[in-house]
Ligand binder design. Structure first.
Ligand code: ATP
Length: 349
């Protein structure tokens, strides 16, 4: 099932959600952003628990404004699982099919099929209150999927679990999603989680989607200050003056040739580059170089994370060579123009 959110507008007290989003059949799209940016509200509008003031939600090209939640063919999994504690695993998963009055054999076959998919065979008779967090989340997933909805909505499904379990369960969710080819929207504030499992990520800030792209594009080519700062480790050096024709930005760390300048900038502009793109040089001659004093040094075996004070600016660099350098040393770095992008606080889009 494809989903199209067209010019959705929803005002709740001081908060305004304004979003358009198209999700293709079989895609896993994450809504990623800090607390309060409108991820859950977007999900609730798709599920039908909340109405938008303006705009349309279409599933497979059909406007579903008039459909109540139970008619939308949507499976949902929440952060707190919302399982029935007094029921067994089997009864929890069979709940939806029973409501739909499926016959006994169909229910039994489906529950067993989905227990297998979530790797919980043999758990049928267990009470859900006695299960671990990870097991409960698998039951919640099976319960959401057993009626074979066309759309799966997951709202921070792993946030109650510890880091190790989160990592293994997100792999499971991705495997199941791909196996069933089910269109999925996944809400998270964890950028690593979103990068790891998504086909595309909608980065949200203050009720708006600021960038919607594939993980690699978001990471390498952020178009917006917020996505650059929110995803991964980055340097954002304020631009003092910009020469578009020469692709040149004057900054506190010097004049930098850049590979990209956002065409529609509003507000302050910044040169963005990733710390791992900095190269150590001997400081003579070449362009796009800058020098500074090492003020922080963390060695991890495979690389060295440095913070370098250049004039009044701190630049982060990740060096993969085993060069010996220590706090207080002066270091010369180079950044290739194609790794530098000029982006702004907001865009005119
Ligand atoms: P989190 O990651 O913390 O769950 P979120 O990105 O999912 O955040 P939403 O739950 O969509 O954010 O909330 C967006 C904003 O709307 C918040 O400021 C929230 O306080 C506000 N909001 C949502 N529902 C209501 C409501 N029923 N009444 C008042 N304000 C609300």
């Amino acid at each position: 099932m494809s989903i199209n959110l067209k010019s959705i507008y929803r005002k709740i007290d001081e908060f305004t959600l304004q979003i358009s989003l198209e999700v293709k059949q079989g895609e896993l799209v994450s809504l990623l952003g800090p607390s309060g940016c409108g991820k859950t509200t977007t999900l609730r509008i798709i599920a039908g628990f909340e109405m938008s003031d303006r705009g349309t939600v279409s599933l497979n090209g059909r406007d579903i404004a008039h459909l109540p939640p139970e008619k939308r063919d949507v499976g949902m999994v929440f952060q707190d699982y919302a399982l029935f504690p007094h029921m067994t695993v089997y009864e929890n998963i069979a709940y939806g099919p029973r409501l739909r009055k499926w016959d006994k054999k169909r229910i039994d076959d489906s529950v067993k099929r989905f227990l297998k998919i979530v790797h919980l065979e043999g758990f049928e008779k267990r009470k859900t209150e006695n299960l671990s967090g990870g097991e409960q989340q698998r039951v919640a997933l099976a319960r959401a999927l057993v009626t074979e909805p066309q759309l799966l909505l997951l709202d921070e499904p792993l946030s109650a679990l510890d880091a190790k379990l989160r990592k293994s369960l997100r792999k499971e969710i991705r495997r199941i999603q791909q196996e069933l080819k089910i269109t999925t929207i996944y809400v998270t504030h964890d950028q690593e989680e979103a990068l790891a499992i998504s086909d595309r990520i909608a980065v949200m800030e203050g009720g708006k989607c600021v960038q919607f792209d594939r993980p690699e594009i978001l990471f390498r080519e952020p178009s917006h200050l917020f996505s650059a700062g929110f995803i991964g480790n980055s340097n954002l050096i304020e631009v003092q003056s910009l020469n578009r024709a020469e692709s040149e930005a004057e900054t506190a760390i010097g004049k930098l040739q850049v590979g990209f300048i956002s065409p529609n900038m509003i507000g302050k502009a910044f040169v963005f580059f990733r710390p791992d793109k900095c190269l150590k040089t001997n400081g003579t001659g070449s362009s796009n170089t800058f020098s500074g004093v090492i003020v922080d040094d963390e060695y991890s075996g495979t690389h060295r994370s440095l913070e370098i004070k250049v004039e009044d600016v701190i630049v982060k660099a990740l060096l993969f060579d085993n060069s010996t350098c220590k706090m207080g040393d002066t270091i010369h770095l180079q950044i290739a123009p194609e790794d530098c992008r000029v982006i702004s606080e907001t865009t005119s889009e």
